[in-house]
Design a protein around this ligand. Structure first.
Ligand code: SF4
Length: 139
């Protein structure tokens, strides 16, 4: 009896063990490792480095011919190539010492004899010149 009873008690246990063992075998094999993703295409060559920007200097202004005394704009503004030659009767508010070189509109480099002025596009005015639109340079 003892043997039979023991056998009957062991059947469920062994059955459970067998079922567990079988269930492990029935599990799908471990998934094959996913294929490695295709290597990313090599990054494109970075664009060629742009030329370094010039230092904080203003863009150069193209030089042009000198403003002629007969230029209609020069006549209208009373421009003279030498400030002292301005029309004192017509421009009584002339500021002593004023000239193109110390005018806010003058675009010539310091120390140059002539430079562009936006009032005379494409032309140059004399650094020693003057016109009635003179505005004191602040810097
Ligand atoms: Fe000279 Fe200034 Fe007159 Fe231009 S605006 S012509 S720089 S005085």
């Amino acid at each position: 009896m003892t043997t039979r009873r023991r056998f009957l008690m062991m059947v469920p246990v062994s059955g459970a063990v067998l079922a567990a063992a079988c269930s492990k075998q029935e599990e799908p094999a471990a998934a094959a490792p996913a294929p490695a993703p295709a290597p990313a295409p090599a990054p494109a060559e970075p664009p060629a480095a742009a030329a370094p920007a010039p230092a904080a200097s203003p863009a150069p202004v193209a030089a042009g011919p000198m403003v002629e005394a007969t230029d209609p704009t020069a006549v209208a503004l009373g421009y003279v190539a030498v400030a002292a030659n301005h029309d004192t009767a017509k421009y009584p508010n002339f500021v002593a010492g004023s000239n193109c070189a110390n005018c806010a509109l003058y675009q010539g480099a310091a120390g140059t004899e002539a430079g562009p002025c936006p009032l005379f596009a494409g032309k140059q005015v004399a650094a020693a010149g003057w016109c009635s639109s003179w505005v004191k340079k602040t810097t």
